[in-house]
Each structure stands twice: as C-alpha cells, then as structure tokens.
Ligand binder design. Sequence first.
Ligand code: AMP
Ligand code: MG
Ligand code: MG
Length: 180
Amino acid sequence: MNYIVIDFEATCWKFPKTPEEQEIIEIGAVRLDRYGHLVDKFCCFVQPVIHPKLSYFCMELTGIQQADVDKAKLFPVNYDLLLNWIELQPDYRFIAWGAFDERLLKMNCQFHNLEIFWEQDFINIKNQYAQIQQLAKPIGLMKAIKTEKFEFEGEHHRAFDDAYNTAKIFSKYIDDWVIL
Ligand code: AMP
Ligand code: MG
Ligand code: MG
C-alpha cells in the first residue's frame, strides 16, 4: 500500500463565494510507504482561471503571492504531473485532513472536464483521529499537531507543509486507521 498524503490551498475571500468558484492554487503531497515512511514529495502552484487575481484575504491566509500563481501552470497540466508522480499503482490511497480536499479536487476536475477515478481512494483522517483519541468532536490540523506535542514544521495553510504535518500524524497511528 502507498499513501499519498495530500493538501490543497484554494482561492478564498473574506466573504465566501460559491464553492464552485474556489480553485486550487497550490498542491502539496508526500508519498509514504506501507510503514508510514516518507519516500517522496510533490509541490506546485496552480494558476486559477475563474478568479485569476488572488484576494488580499487569500494572500494573507496562505502567504501565497500573486506572482506565484501568475507564473504557474493551469490545473490540467499540474493534475497530469500529480498523477504521473503518483504512478497510480493498484494499491494506493489519498489521505487528507478533512473533507475539503476531496471536494475541491472533484470540483476542479469537473470544471476542467478531467476524469475522476479516485473517488473510492480518498480517506479523510480528521474524523478518524477524533475517534482514535476519543475527542468530543473533530479538530483542525494545527490543534491535532499540538495534541501530539509535535512542532508544526513550516507554515500552516501552505499545501506542502500541511501535507507533511498531516503525514506525521498519519505515520504515528499507521496501524490504527481504517483503510478500506
Ligand atoms: P488549509 O488546508 O487549512 O490551509 O485550507 C485550505 C483552503 O481552505 C485555504 O487555501 C483556503 O482557501 C480555505 N481556508 C482555510 N482556512 C480558511 C479560513 N479561515 N477562512 C477562509 N478560507 C479558509
Ligand atoms: Mg487542508
Ligand atoms: Mg492547507
């Protein structure tokens, strides 16, 4: 089994627009082997097309600058690069903290008319973590990192750093997740 721990940053606004208008602007992922050891990394910016200009709110939240996305490739190109990097072997799962990433990826694929074949392969570990830790309700990634007494390495709300820190939690409980 291969685990692709993944996180996306997306366009966002102080006063939210419809979910269909949110586009991926950064993809970050790490590949873990079946033991939870990090074997590879993936990171790229993506140029949004519905709202090409990032809001100040978004730049403030993520630290991603207009120039970062202006020089980036469009989603279909980066999606292709991501899939090539994953080398979709029969035995892999996407791992994400929360339901947002799967939803966002689905919407962006639909918008660009790209095939969605990974729906069965997405695992949201946020709820599972709450069960493992017997928490009253699911918690955010940053809070989970603090619960583990880990250091958050890098910047929260950057796709690679979020994926990397999610992977630390995933690895710690590698034997406990329900992976169907
Ligand atoms: P995250 O992986 O937590 O960095 O969140 C992914 C994306 O969700 C961000 O790039 C934003 O588009 C959106 N997002 C996260 N937190 C917020 C927030 N507090 N307010 C508005 N949008 C947010
Ligand atoms: Mg996230
Ligand atoms: Mg993030």
